[in-house]
Design a protein around this ligand. Sequence first.
Ligand SMILES: [Zn+2]
Length: 258
Amino acid sequence: MKDFKVVQIPAMEDNYFYLIHDRVSGKTAAIDPGQSAPIEQVLAAKGWKLDLILLTHHHLDHVGGVVDLKKVHRCEVVGSEFDKKRLPFIDRALREGDEVHLGEAIARVLDVPGHTLGHIAYYFEANEALFCGDTLFALGCGRLFEGTAEMLWKSLQKIAALPPETLIFCAHEYTAANARFALSIDDHNSALLERAREVESLRKQGRPTVPSSLGEELLTNPFLRVEEGAFRKSLQMEGKSSAEAFAEVRRWKDHFHG
Ligand SMILES: [Zn+2]
């Protein structure tokens, strides 16, 4: 991580935009800039110029700042091949396995559909960082706006197979609400109880709970834990596959008001 700096920018109601800066080349990329002003403020403060914009999916709170930023910085914009028509301003369309370079830093593209059909994530393997938009959240996962539960489950499994030290830079601060839901179905999980307390304390101080590590998510995120037999049994879903259990838990969460 030493040559790779991530700046987390809280914006709008509960979004996180990110700037990543490669210290070797001095190049800077924005990830999911839903607005241009918060990005411009940080660029000005740091004395950076924007070279690249990485988009995870087409929702307005992730792309709203692109046109203005592109006009000012003439930066390259990359996004999913699948969403080429919905992201008319992209310069390069990406597919699974493609690489995006920011100076010395390299991201590999993962297709992670479910929240939307063209959702992709950017995995900086050498930097142990994943920018996954609205796919996996701290203690939660994205809603199914376009894809099926089966599809999102496969996408989450792809993320779950990355090294556990990978930092999960998701696009929203939803963790406190996610913790309430997680506790409602997994209240014997001591790692979750401890994490929920931590989340509460961080939020009281107005501090972010993102990023988390994938390892933490595997132990505490109910959407990933359905893979575990004992947890599935406690949900009375022994006869169900992980994907079916995931679909059911996703439905519960949609109707949860805690
Ligand atoms: Zn979204």
